[in-house]
Design a protein around this ligand. Structure first.
Ligand SMILES: NC(=O)C1=CN([C@@H]2O[C@H](COP(=O)(O)OP(=O)(O)OC[C@H]3O[C@@H](n4cnc5c(N)ncnc54)[C@H](OP(=O)(O)O)[C@@H]3O)[C@@H](O)[C@H]2O)C=CC1
Ligand SMILES: N[C@@H](CC(=O)OP(=O)(O)O)C(=O)O
Length: 344
């Protein structure tokens, strides 16, 4: 029987993607939609400015949106997907966990909290058991799991694939699509014919989240990876798909051919939304490109290419769909992992 789920922040850009992915999902049944007080009481069709490239599913369009409070969401819902602004997530997600709900959240609040698992299932599924520590410490019946920032999700799988060579220094420079800033995030006058070499707080997220994701969990504590990471983040006028240039210095010698082989061989998982393969490596020197390659693996795979040796170590480019693999798809995958691991 399908698990009854809800979406917090269901009317937003990521909330809409969540609905697009969850509505046909055989394991999940959408039973609650929440948003701000100004949307509460309206049908979803009235409340959401729908901007996803497929129609609003009919049954979803007729559902009534509620306020984002535990008392407004039915008790028999097992899992909540959260895509709220992080300031709101920080307030309400703990209240839902305390009320017994399991929350798979895409919002940035609490990602770096010591007892909150930050998970990309194909990379660090074992970190999910940090939930036992979380429940002990916080006394929650529910639980809170996070997926990382969209730009972090794009490059960390490629690092995981070559980690056996000993990651010492990583530099990553991003070219991020405008959808990452949300529909009203960057005005057309700012971004057309332009590039903006600043995205608030983004560089710090890439530097800290990557070290947490590639850290070791010993069953009680999580130690972060010791590699040095330096990030430089740029907004460019693409709609979807974050492209990143990465330089990596490793302890052991790593040739571009070895790195390509390691990335191609890096295993995916059997979860419904995991792509096969996880990392698609292009031989063509001018790939991956956002418009052509953001939908590899239905938007859930990482594309890589341009592997070469440089005086600063191995260099390559990688790309992922920021609102699918980088946001809604990442939360759904964490929901599938929670289900497989008996947390629902
Ligand atoms: N856009 C993207 O590509 C990515 C976004 N994210 C993160 O995901 C989260 C959501 O982003 P996005 O979908 O773009 O944001 P939007 O602004 O498009 O949507 C925000 C959602 O939260 C609801 N909301 C706003 N204020 C409140 C409130 N006070 N109480 C309850 N609900 C509220 C909104 O409801 P209402 O419609 O009623 O206002 C809406 O459903 C953010 O944390 C963002 O940083 C992460 C990765 C990528
Ligand atoms: N800041 C990201 C999107 C985002 O909202 O990230 P986070 O989930 O860390 O808040 C971008 O602009 O592309």
């Amino acid at each position: 029987m399908a698990v009854r789920v809800g979406v917090l922040g269901a009317t937003g850009a990521v909330g809409q993607r969540l609905i697009q992915l969850l509505e046909p999902h055989p394991d999940f049944d959408i039973a609650a939609l929440t948003a701000s007080d100004s949307s509460a009481g309206k049908t979803y069709r009235q409340a959401a400015k729908w901007r996803v490239d497929s129609p609003i599913p009919n049954d979803i369009g007729e559902m009534t949106v509620t306020a984002t409070e535990p008392g407004e969401v039915p008790d028999d819902i097992d899992l909540l997907f959260s895509s709220l602004p992080s300031s709101i997530g920080a307030e309400v997600e703990p209240a839902f966990c305390e009320a017994g709900y399991v929350v798979s959240s895409n919002s940035s609040n609490s990602r770096m909290a010591e007892d909150v698992p930050l998970v990309i299932p194909e990379i660090n599924a074992d970190h999910l058991d940090l939930l036992e520590v979380q429940r002990d410490e916080r006394g929650w019946d529910g639980a809170l799991v996070k997926n990382p920032n969209c730009s972090t999700i794009t490059f960390v799988p490629t690092l995981a694939a070559i980690a056996e060579y000993g990651l010492e220094k990583v530099h990553v420079s991003t070219l991020q699509a405008v959808s990452g800033a949300g529909y009203d995030g960057v005005s057309s006058m700012e971004i057309i014919d332009n590039a903006i070499p600043y995205i608030g707080s983004e560089e710090d997220k890439l530097e800290t989240e990557s070290r947490k994701l590639l850290g070791e969990f010993d069953g009680a504590e999580l130690s972060h990876n010791e590699m040095a990471v330096s990030a430089s983040c740029n907004r460019i006028p693409t709609i979807d798909g974050h492209l990143e240039n990465v330089w990596v210095e490793t302890e052991d010698e790593l040739t571009p051919a070895d790195a390509a082989e390691a990335m191609r061989a890096f295993p995916s998982l059997d979860l419904r939304s995991s792509p096969e393969p996880l990392i698609h490596v292009f031989d063509e020197p001018d790939r991956p490109q956002p418009r052509m390659d953001r939908t590899v693996g239905d938007g859930m795979a990482i594309a890589a290419g341009g592997l070469q040796e440089t005086p600063f170590g191995l260099q390559y480019n990688c790309l992922a769909h920021n609102t699918i693999r980088g946001a809604a798809g990442a939360s759904v995958l964490n929901g599938e992992l929670l289900l497989e691991n008996g947390y629902l």
